[in-house]
Design a protein around this ligand. Structure first.
Ligand code: PLP
Ligand code: COI
Length: 355
């Protein structure tokens, strides 16, 4: 069990208006920090006023990208209580990412304690307007003060929190997506299954190009053959093709999303035909052309589910479901957000109220 010291801010900030939230623009009054060294293990767990971090200019993270992060949300229920959604899944993924990047792992119960004590402290920052929540961003980085390239000896774990509204400006309205056939996000054997900063840095160029052409994001193809569908932007992707729900199987280059896992569990429980398999861009293009592609959506913590209304591949534009949100997409959105905001019963035991 961690011994977490608390230093309260002497200058609490004004809480932003719900209409101005957007995504990740505002931050709460405090942050959680804990340091690591090979000799001491994790030490000096503390909640302190939100402030800039001070890093040695040779700090590993600034040169060699030793950084991983997580993203999860605290939701305000109608009865005023605040609850987390599947936090242990994020903690396990954080440790899987740490293993891949040679960063120190955190005992699960300690990470859970850090997260819940921090959320308890900041819970007043959880907004209550429809569609809003408190986004939690745990991150862990290598912090050796040397330019040598090796697995780190010192690291820092931080959790910050941001009251958020919708991730895409379109909200739950369908977005336009471009299939990317040049850049790749990740390769098998690389870091695609880890949530590390470098994956996002490498994906920005394609995202920028898509935006310039009027698209919200790109649909990624695999890095070996540039043939199989992987993810959409920073989300997992699902399709309804001829009545069946199809999502790319976790190949090592795809991030195992908690929203993806939750969608699959909801769909399987309800008897939908669901398949996790390789899905080639040719099969997708064929389904787009012959009208068997009924729905497409991205899924991730930030947007929950985000319908895809248009896909562009090699200059050809395909409209999906008349550019409207489909019935399965809407059902998943309603079910997941219903459970997250405590509006419907949680038959899966996914929610963790903060006492
Ligand atoms: N894929 C990528 C690359 C992501 O960054 C995310 C977001 O966290 C996801 C998928 C969805 O994961 P989750 O549902 O756990 O948020
Ligand atoms: C998600 O939660 O779906 C994300 O991709 C988060 C993003 C800001 C990295």
């Amino acid at each position: 069990m961690l011994n977490i010291s608390v230093t309260k801010t002497t200058a609490p900030k004004e809480k932003p208006e719900a209409s101005t939230l957007g995504f990740g623009k505002f931050f709460t009054d405090h942050m959680f920090i804990m340091d690591y060294s090979r000799e001491k293990g994790w030490y000096d767990a503390r909640i302190v006023p939100f402030a800039n971090l001070s890093l040695h200019p040779a700090s590993t993270v600034l040169h060699y990208g030793s950084e991983i992060f997580e993203g999860l949300k605290a939701y305000r229920r109608a009865d005023g209580k605040v609850q987390l959604f599947r936090p242990m899944e994020n903690i396990r993924r954080l440790n899987n990412s740490a293993e891949r990047l040679c960063l120190p792992q955190i005992p699960e119960q300690d990470a859970y304690q850090a997260l819940t004590e921090f959320v308890k402290m900041e819970q007043d920052w959880t907004p209550s307007a429809p569609g809003t929540s408190l986004y939690l961003r745990p991150f862990l980085f290598g912090n050796d003060e040397t330019l040598g390239v090796h697995a780190v000896h010192n690291a820092t774990f931080v959790v910050i929190a941001s009251p958020v509204g919708s991730y895409y400006k379109e909200g739950i309205n369908p977005v336009r997506i471009m299939i990317e056939d040049e850049d790749v996000r990740a390769v098998r054997g690389g870091t695609g299954y880890a949530k590390c900063g470098g994956n996002y840095a490498a994906s920005n160029r394609a995202g920028e190009r898509a935006e310039k052409k009027g698209y919200s994001q790109v649909l990624w193809l695999d890095g070996v053959e540039r043939k199989y569908i992987e993810e959409v932007g920073a989300m997992n992707v699902m399709f309804k093709i001829a009545g069946e729900i199809v999502t790319p199987m976790l190949s090592g280059s795809i991030l195992p999303g908690i929203t993806r896992k939750s969608c699959l569990e909801v769909l399987r429980k309800e008897g939908y035909k669901v398949s996790e398999r390789l899905l080639s861009v040719d099969e997708l293009a064929e389904a787009l052309s012959n009208g068997t592609l009924e729905e497409a959506w991205g899924c991730g913590t930030a947007a929950v589910v985000s319908p895809i209304g248009e896909l562009c591949y090699k200059g050809t534009k395909y409209i999906i479901n008349d550019g409207k949100i489909g019935a399965v997409t809407q059902h998943l959105y309603d079910t997941l957000t219903g459970i997250q905001w405590g509006k419907i019963e949680d038959p899966f035991g996914w929610t963790c109220p903060i006492d």
